[in-house]
Design a protein around this ligand. Structure first.
Ligand code: SAH
Length: 374
């Protein structure tokens, strides 16, 4: 690593320079009533508009035939502005993995990835344009943070996926997004308020929201400890993933710079508390880097660390074969080392899986989202 001091990316919820336009998905049902009244329409139109948007996935005024034409125009202009403009879609796995590059209202670029599996469709969404966490093995971390995304900009990524499925554009028949992972660009817990609003819109019952199950929503974090505690207090049992990548502070300080602020022990403790409070199993993400963090002794150390909190199934480890990023000095682990790593964790009683990384060939896999316009 360099000798340069690590600049700590500890800017939470920093003010946006120019806010994205207000959108229905930013607002709670009560706020929607106020907003439609503000547009000169009766309050019940809030629910009608919500039904179009969240239940029917419609945002085209021509399809809102139960609304008078004049009202449609006003409501769509005032509450359903276009937030995401698709610039490019790339496909892999015979079309069942689709990465889309979006331009936001201010020119910022973000990406999302739809992954269809037998029986479920997962949408990997971005929560920030760029990322301030500066993990050196992650392409998003290299470019720094541009800005936080609004709740509606986050929700719209999911809607876009569901609309594509509804139109039959994804092989496997029509369908809807069933799972959402906050594993695209950005650190979701550094954009806490908008991410929580988005989670509510995803899980609120139709027509207030999309009616997804909270357990189908995964929030992944580098380990912003106070925000992990706050998340446990929300009473929305989303799945929490912690990007650990090393069981010791010396290495984690390098791989995940925020570790210089919240150490491994404190971070894992917060993850355990999350599991204890929500009774949801926490996922520990661990990108396997050859000769860096994949030694047998580190597997033992990780196993002992996690087991020290008990064996009631509070945790599992998800190993991610390192995906290549431009200019990275690191490569994926040798398969034999990976197998041994899994064996040692399992031997300590820690359930371990190796992630099937999708979309590598379209730079759509973990850590590869960089939103380059060409
Ligand atoms: N900032 C959050 C959300 C991003 S999730 C977080 O870090 O958890 C993206 C996941 O992919 C994280 O676990 C991240 O550490 C991992 N990742 C980043 N770069 C990677 C790479 N090159 N190969 C494999 N996984 C990577």
């Amino acid at each position: 690593m360099t000798d340069a001091p690590v600049s700590l990316p500890l800017v939470f919820d920093e003010p946006r320079r120019r806010k994205p336009p207000r959108h229905l998905a930013d607002l709670s049902p009560d706020e929607r009533h106020d907003a439609v009244v503000g547009l000169g329409e009766p309050a019940y139109r809030g629910r009608q508009l919500s039904t179009h948007y969240f239940s029917r996935l419609v945002d085209d005024p021509a399809q809102m035939t139960d609304l008078p034409a004049a009202a449609r125009g006003r409501l769509v202009e005032g509450l359903l502005p276009t937030l995401l403009t698709p610039l490019r879609t790339m496909e892999a796995d015979r079309g069942t993995t689709r990465k889309t590059l979006w331009r936001l209202f201010d020119g910022a670029l973000v990406e999302s990835v739809l992954m269809r599996y037998p029986g479920r469709v997962t949408m990997c969404v971005s929560s920030q344009a760029g990322c301030g966490m500066a993990c050196p093995f992650c392409a998003t971390g290299q470019a720094g943070l541009q800005r936080n995304m609004s709740a509606a900009e986050i929700v719209e990524q999911v809607l876009a996926g569901s609309r594509a499925l509804q139109r039959g554009e994804v092989p496997g028949g029509t369908g809807r997004v069933s799972n959402v992972v906050f594993m695209g660009m950005g650190e979701p817990l550094a954009n806490y308020k908008a991410v929580m609003t988005a989670v509510r819109r995803l899980t609120d019952r139709p027509p207030d929201g999309l009616g997804m199950s909270a357990r189908g929503v995964t929030v992944s974090t580098v380990g912003l400890v106070p925000r992990m505690h706050q998340l446990a207090d929300e009473n929305i049992p989303v799945t929490l993933a912690l990007s650990l990548h090393a069981p010791d502070d010396e290495l984690r300080d390098e791989l995940v710079p925020v570790n210089t602020r919240w150490k491994v022990a404190e971070t894992v403790d917060a993850a355990w508390q999350y599991a204890a409070r929500t009774r949801r199993r926490v996922s520990i993400e661990y990108a396997m880097m050859r000769g860096i963090n994949d030694q047998a002794w580190r597997a033992d150390l990780l196993g002992d660390l996690l087991r020290s909190y008990g064996d009631w199934g509070w945790v599992h480890v998800n190993l991610i074969p390192l995906n290549p990023t431009p200019g990275s000095r690191w490569t994926a682990s040798d398969p034999a080392d990976e197998t041994e790593f899994v064996r040692r964790l399992e031997a300590k009683g820690v359930p371990t899986t190796v992630r099937d990384t999708r979309g590598q060939e379209i730079d759509g896999a973990c850590g590869q989202l960089a939103a380059a316009p060409t």
